[in-house]
Design a protein. Structure first.
Length: 153
């Protein structure tokens, strides 16, 4: 690749819709670009933003980032989604996106960068350890039957 990727927030609309196929690498349950863009807009109301790594106009990777707050960490930077195009893995694109999320957190006065990853994703776990993140707990989930129709939308 030669030069470094440019990291910036995606613009609402067509640019977010164009990110659908890449996000689908991480979130295969996503249905279509329009639904994806609508979901991103809803999450944006809660502070979610999509960081993109670009080489020219080519989107190489994405990180969904937001500020959150809880009793454990206070206000912190949370990475909901981190995905890199398969052909770009191993080229430090994910590391650049994490660095951008860290910078955002520091700029906002946060003491922590937090993310979850699936137990079925050992390569992602290895990447996070290599990037200095530590496993501090487990994330438990239970589907609620009454909410079945509302799931993911």
């Amino acid at each position: 690749m030669g030069e470094q990727a440019t990291i910036r927030y995606l613009q609402e609309g067509a640019e977010q819709q164009a990110a659908f196929e890449l996000m689908r690498e991480l979130r295969p349950h996503l249905i279509d670009a329009d639904s994806f863009a609508q979901q991103v807009r809803r999450q944006a109301l809660q502070g979610y933003r999509l960081l993109g790594a670009f080489y020219g106009k080519q989107l190489l990777g994405l990180a969904g980032v937001r500020t959150s707050e809880n009793l454990l960490y206070g206000r912190f930077t949370y990475v909901d989604d981190l995905v890199v195009a398969p052909a770009m893995r191993g080229l430090r694109v994910g590391a650049a996106l994490l660095d951008a999320a860290r910078t955002e957190g520091l700029r906002n006065g946060h003491a922590y960068l937090v993310l979850d990853t699936g137990l079925h994703m050992p390569l992602a776990q290895r990447f996070y350890y290599r990037e200095g993140l530590l496993a501090k707990g487990m994330h438990f989930v239970q589907a609620l039957p009454a909410a079945e129709a509302q799931r993911h939308g």
